[in-house]
Design a protein around this ligand. Structure first.
Ligand code: SAM
Length: 327
C-alpha cells in the first residue's frame, strides 16, 4: 500500500502496554506515574484483528514495543500468534532486556528471530542513575543469552545523552562490546519529546569523538547491511569486530522520504509520524462494533494523510514522550 507520497508502508510498531519496569529519566521522567486504565488498553485479540486488517493493506512487518512489552502478561504467546498470521514476513521485539532471561526460550519457541535491546550504558552506577534500577547485570545476562540462543540480529540501542554516555570511556566500552559479541550497536540521537532538555548529542559529534579518541579509524570502516534496519540506520564493522556499530540520526539526517512506518499505541491510537501528534482513534471504531470495511477505510485515510516530512508534521508535537506513541 502506498501512502500519499508514494511511500510503501509495510511496517507497524505495536505498543503492547504503556507500563514499564524502568523509569529512564529522559523517557517519561521520574515523576510521571500515570498509566492508561487497563480497560482502555487493547486486548491481544483486538491487536490481532487490526494486524489482520493491516496485512490486507500490505503491512507485513511488525515490531512489538511499549512501555516494556515483556511486562505485559502473555507477550511471548502474542509474539507467536502474530507471527503465525498468514502473510507476516517479520516480527521483532524492542525490550529493555530486564525480563529477557525469563522469557527468552518462550520467545524463541514463538518464532521470534531477532531482538532489539535498549541499553544506554555499560556502567552499573550510571545504569541505575539513568533507569532508576540496579539492573545492568540482568540486561547483560539477557543480551548474552539472546546471542547464545541464536537470535540474529541482536541490536543494542543506545540513546546518546550528554554527560552520561558520550565520554571516551563510555564509547570505548560500547565499541568493545561490538568486538566481543556479534551484536549491532546503534547510537541514537535523543528526540525532542524527552521531558529533559539540553542532553542532545548529534550522531556526527559521536562519530567525531570515536575518531578523535582513536577508537575507530575511518579508513578501516566497512559499511555493513544489518537485516531489519530502517532507512535511518548506518552500520560499520572494524577489522576483528564480531558485531557492528552504527548510528540512527533522525535529527541530523532526516529520512522521511524513505519512512515506511505506522505506530499503534497501547490504547488503540494510530500514529503515522513520530513528529506529529495527529492520531486516528482505531479503538473507538473497533469497539463500537464497526465492520472490517469501516476500519480499513480509516486505516487508508490515515495512510493517505501521513505527513510527507517532519517539517510538514512539525508544530504538532505535544512533548508527552515516547510512551504516548509507543517507542
Ligand atoms: N521498553 C522498551 C525498551 O526499552 O526498548 C521499549 C520502549 S522504549 C520507549 C523504546 C526506546 O525508546 C528505548 O530505546 C528508549 O531508550 C528510547 N527512547 C525513549 N525516549 C527517547 C527519546 N526522547 N529519544 C530517543 N529515544 C528515546
Amino acid at each position: 500500500m502506498l501512502d500519499g507520497y508514494n511511500r510503501q508502508i509495510n511496517y507497524l510498531r505495536i505498543s503492547l502496554t504503556d507500563r514499564c519496569n524502568l523509569r529512564c529519566f529522559y523517557c517519561r521522567g521520574v515523576t510521571d506515574f500515570s498509566f492508561i486504565d487497563h480497560s482502555e488498553i487493547l486486548t491481544y485479540e483486538e491487536f490481532l484483528h487490526l494486524a489482520r486488517l493491516a496485512l490486507k493493506l500490505g503491512v507485513d512487518r511488525f515490531r512489538l514495543t511499549g512501555g516494556e512489552p515483556l511486562v505485559r502478561k502473555g507477550a511471548a504467546r502474542f509474539v507467536g500468534q502474530i507471527n503465525s498470521l498468514p502473510g507476516v514476513k517479520d516480527v521483532s521485539l524492542t525490550t529493555n532486556g530486564i525480563l529477557l532471561e525469563r522469557y527468552i526460550s518462550e520467545l524463541k519457541e514463538a518464532g521470534l528471530r531477532r531482538i532489539n535491546i535498549s541499553l544506554d550504558t555499560l556502567d552499573r552506577e550510571k545504569y541505575q542513575k539513568i533507569t532508576g534500577y540496579n539492573g545492568l547485570s540482568q540486561v547483560l545476562t539477557g543480551l548474552e543469552l539472546a546471542v547464545r540462543t541464536g537470535f540474529n540480529p541482536v541490536k543494542v540501542n543506545t540513546v546518546i545523552l550528554r554527560d552520561f554516555n558520550d565520554d571516551g570511556e563510555s564509547l570505548s566500552q560500547f565499541i568493545n562490546l561490538a568486538f566481543k559479541l556479534p551484536v549491532h550497536l546503534r547510537f541514537i540521537e535523543l528526540m525532542d519529546f524527552s521531558p529533559v532538555k539540553g542532553l542532545f548529542v548529534s550522531a556526527t559529534e559521536i562519530f567525531k569523538k570515536l575518531k578523535d579518541s582513536g577508537l575507530i579509524r575511518e579508513a578501516e570502516l566497512e559499511p555493513v547491511f544489518v537485516e531489519g534496519s530502517g532507512p535511518a540506520a548506518h552500520h560499520y564493522r572494524l577489522p576483528g569486530m564480531k558485531g557492528t556499530f552504527g548510528f540512527i540520526a533522525p535529527y541530523s539526517h532526516h529520512f522521511c522520504g524513505a519512512c515506511n512506518r505506522l505506530r499503534l499505541t497501547a490504547d488503540g491510537q494510530l500514529r503515522t509520524c513520530l513528529f506529529s501528534t495527529r492520531s486516528y482513534d482505531i479503538k473507538a471504531v473497533l469497539r463500537r462494533g464497526a465492520g472490517d470495511e469501516e476500519i480499513i477505510a480509516l486505516l487508508k485515510k490515515a495512510l493517505a494523510e501521513k505527513p510527507g516530512s517532519w517539517q510538514e508534521a512539525n508544530g504538532q508535537l505535544t512533548g508527552k514522550g515516547l510512551r504516548s506513541v509507543g517507542g
